[in-house]
Design a protein around this ligand. Structure first.
Ligand code: HEM
Length: 150
């Protein structure tokens, strides 16, 4: 099995990075939709329905599959021989940041359900601030996995 993972390594890594790009696109865009949804849209209006549809499709059709694919290919890379040395600090920092990114994904999913119920109480400012979370985590992850300063 580990032999197969070693042969597939360049492909696994390509698929991992492709999935990461799709996941990150959604993690950046969904909070932006929430900003406009909360600031510009009247609950129960036709525009409310339109935003709910865009948010649902973004989460279900792009973000959920992309997150699963990122995890699956990422874990394949973890089990590929000679790739991760757990005595270094970078894999631990990356793992922490990836868990935080996964938490953020689920936080957005919960907020979407509140919009569906017409029960969002958070102002646009909260979603603007939360929009910085994936940016900071992405910087940590990419630096840890590529520059590996630690
Ligand atoms: C979801 C769980 C994840 C796991 C288990 C995981 C694990 C890994 C592993 C083991 C590697 C191989 C490193 C190497 O080849 O030397 C890798 C590569 C990479 N990962 Fe992840 N990763 C995950 C999520 C992410 C996320 C969220 C991002 C970006 C925001 C990311 C960005 C990258 C990049 C850019 C590379 C390629 C680095 C290179 O060129 O060597 N990963 N990942």
């Amino acid at each position: 099995m580990t032999d197969l993972l070693a042969i597939l390594y360049p492909w696994t890594k390509s698929l991992h990075v492709i999935s990461v790009i799709a996941w990150m696109a959604g993690l950046f865009y969904l909070p932006r939709l929430f900003v406009h949804h909360t600031e510009r849209v009247t609950v129960g209006s036709e525009t409310d329905q339109l935003f709910q549809m865009m948010e649902m499709k973004l989460l279900r059709l792009i973000m959920n599959p992309a997150m699963i694919a990122t995890w699956v290919f990422g874990l394949c890379l973890v089990f590929t021989p000679g790739i991760v040395d757990w005595s270094d600090a970078w894999p631990w920092l990356k793992a922490g940041a990836v868990l935080a990114m996964t938490w953020f994904h689920h936080w957005l999913g919960l907020r979407r359900k509140e919009f569906v119920a017409g029960a969002n109480t958070r102002p646009g400012r909260t979603y603007r601030l939360m929009n910085e979370v994936p940016t900071v985590l992405m910087i940590v992850i990419v630096v840890m996995v590529i520059a590996r300063p630690l």
